[in-house]
Ligand binder design. Structure first.
Ligand SMILES: CC(C)(COP(=O)(O)OP(=O)(O)OC[C@H]1O[C@@H](n2cnc3c(N)ncnc32)[C@H](O)[C@@H]1OP(=O)(O)O)[C@@H](O)C(=O)NCCC(=O)NCCS
Length: 322
């Protein structure tokens, strides 16, 4: 999106989200979800977790606002993982629902995916809401498998070996490690690349990137948010993305990756750990359940053109696209 689009008759404009509008956009986001979910205090939704500021800071050019008579009425965020794109959270202030504003905020994210050249594009939404499913269907998305966001208490049985973090490597080795992460992701799905997410976590101090196995030939990696002011929230480690090399032994590798993330969470004093998984990734879901993870939030993944992407039995991947 290069220009501001406006319909002067309605006082509605779509533009990039400005730093000065982050607090309002954050408040709208919390009240929108809190109202939809029927929380007693909608503005307290997600407590100390932060999506609006972190996603804006990660890439302001992919953060969009709709304004009505100059006031921020909603926002939406696009993310690029190489050949994969997803968006959210899309939120509109509750008093302005059902007036076409959400639909308007879809246009700039679809333009971003086009500009980035993302092949596989999707989102996470409320499976029980006909409105949500229909809103996104009109932009070419189709509901596929459920995605479960799962949680367990961080185990206290001591640290595990065989992993490191990107931030612990000397500066001169980090580019190679990020390239090794790219190689793992590319084996999972051609062109899948978490470089932007890894860079944002490092630059903004949101958490750590966990490297599993030898640095030059990784078995897997995970991008983790840790604590308040991140997408995790106080006392929580969120595995925003985790993947291991597919093929023979992938289940064992994902188990070791989870050991590593849990050790990181314990080391950083987190009480709980969250990981999301699409239920088409049957082995990965079973593994989480067997390790004592329990689903606290469940939605549906909608994929453009109904393509499976990397949500299938052979993919040992953790993410939730929220
Ligand atoms: C979801 C949300 C962003 C939508 O914003 P909105 O401005 O209310 O949505 P719009 O008015 O642009 O579009 C809604 C569409 O759904 C349609 N719709 C509503 N109920 C429907 C139903 N039961 N069946 C089919 N379509 C339905 C409306 O008709 C409308 O389409 P139209 O404008 O072509 O008539 C907003 O409701 C919100 O902030 N919800 C809380 C947070 C949230 O859930 N965010 C999305 C997370 S994935």
């Amino acid at each position: 999106m290069t220009t501001t689009s406006a319909r002067p008759d309605l006082g509605i404009a779509i533009h990039h989200l400005r730093e000065a509008d982050l607090a309002t956009a954050d408040d709208v986001m919390r009240r929108a979800f809190g109202t939809f979910l029927g929380l007693p205090d909608p503005a307290a939704f997600m407590q100390t977790a932060d999506y609006v500021s972190t996603r804006w800071a990660a890439d302001p050019s992919a953060a969009f606002a709709v304004t009505v008579d100059g006031e921020v009425a909603g926002s939406n965020f696009a993310a690029c993982w190489g050949s994969v794109g997803f968006f959210g959270p899309l939120t509109i202030s509750p008093h302005l629902w059902d007036r076409g504003l959400g639909r308007r905020l879809m246009d700039p994210v679809m333009e971003r995916f086009e500009a980035w050249g993302c092949h596989h594009v999707g989102l996470f939404t409320f499976a029980q809401s006909p409105k949500h499913v229909e809103l996104y269907r009109r932009f070419g998305f189709w509901p596929r498998f459920l995605t479960a966001v799962m949680r367990r208490a961080v185990p206290t049985d001591g640290p595990t070996a065989g992993w490191s973090t990107l931030s612990s490597l000397p500066q001169e080795s980090r580019a190679d490690a990020v390239a090794a992460c790219r190689a793992v992701a590319d084996e999972v799905f051609a062109g899948l690349d978490l470089e932007r997410e890894i860079a944002a976590v490092g630059r903004l101090g949101l958490g750590e990137t966990v490297l599993l196995g030898a640095e030059d030939a990784l078995d897997g990696f995970a991008v983790c948010h840790l604590g308040g002011g991140t997408e995790a929230g106080e006392g929580l480690c969120l595995v925003k993305f985790g993947a291991v090399r597919p093929g023979a032994g992938a289940g064992e590798r994902l188990g070791r990756l989870l050991d590593a993330c849990e050790s990181l969470a314990a080391r950083r004093g987190m009480a709980h750990i969250d990981a999301g998984v699409n239920l088409a990734r049957v082995g990965a879901y079973r593994l989480l359940a067997d390790r004592g993870y329990r689903t606290w939030l469940q939605g549906v993944a909608m994929h453009r053109a109904n393509e499976p992407g990397y949500s299938h039995e052979g993919a040992w991947v953790l993410d939730d696209w929220r």
